[in-house]
Ligand binder design. Sequence first.
Ligand code: ATP
Length: 293
Amino acid sequence: METVIQTTDLTKFYGKSRGIKDVSITVNKGDIFGFLGPNGAGKSTTIRTLLDFIRPSAGSATIFGMDCRKDSVAIRKRIGYIPGDFGLYGHMTGWKFLEYFGRIRGGYDTSAAKEYSKKLDIRLDRRMKEYSRGMRQKVAIIQAFMNNPDLIIMDEPTNGLDPLVQQTFMDMLHEDAGRTIFMSSHVLSEVEKSCNRVAIIKEGRIVTEEQVEALRQKSGKVLEVKFAQPLTKEIFYLPGISNLTQVNGAYRMTVTGSLEELLQEISRHRLADISIHQMTLEDIFMHYYEGAK
Ligand SMILES: Nc1ncnc2c1ncn2[C@@H]1O[C@H](COP(=O)(O)OP(=O)(O)OP(=O)(O)O)[C@@H](O)[C@H]1O
């Protein structure tokens, strides 16, 4: 399998304060890779280091086998990126903005830009400062896709987009199976729908990196149960049960072991309600996030 992005113990301190610490991740060709984490976890720091906007304090990163520091110019020619808000380019029209970034990358395809502007329903003849936040984000997305790059790196790409446009954007991610996508996000449902691989970062460190499907399988099921009468003895003592909580008489827990024994135990009592579902990425995220507190 071809490796597209590889970071090894990537570390960035801003003076004494932690940005990221020992971040090691691997993104393979064709991956739609979701980079998840709460505010201040280190997502932007990682992305800015990959793009050589900031320099790491330790560790290394490569893209297409080239060093992110030494070969940043060659790398940028092959990637599309959305580093965040393009607030600085307010005087440019949408078209000028695309031309400017197209030139930096050695040319761009105007017909592709036109096609994407139709798809995203945005006119490109207005100045960037006149666009709303969501409109600016659309122009930034066109800018990242228009050169048909091998890799697109995006920091919170759906910020400001309405749900309809978010869907169009997610379809765009899947247009080309050979393309690799690396995107940070807070929006778990969007990552769950569109990404095949995910890394979760917390307080500057990677807490897990996994195929989305494998993560779900490994992370078990969520069982919620409410009894008709209060329990008179503890029944949730079996191995494989974790994160047990009780709210308004309803029990909620994560089950990673066999359900059979637990369901037998539960069935000895009169039930008011029961539900079992596979952990969603949101459950998993909360599990890692809260568990590491
Ligand atoms: N320029 C800077 N100077 C000092 N500290 C910084 C700087 N930029 C980021 N940090 C710190 O580095 C840590 C990681 O921040 P970063 O912006 O990478 O997080 P993030 O995961 O992108 O957060 P968010 O989801 O809120 O955008 C935070 O503790 C932040 O305070």
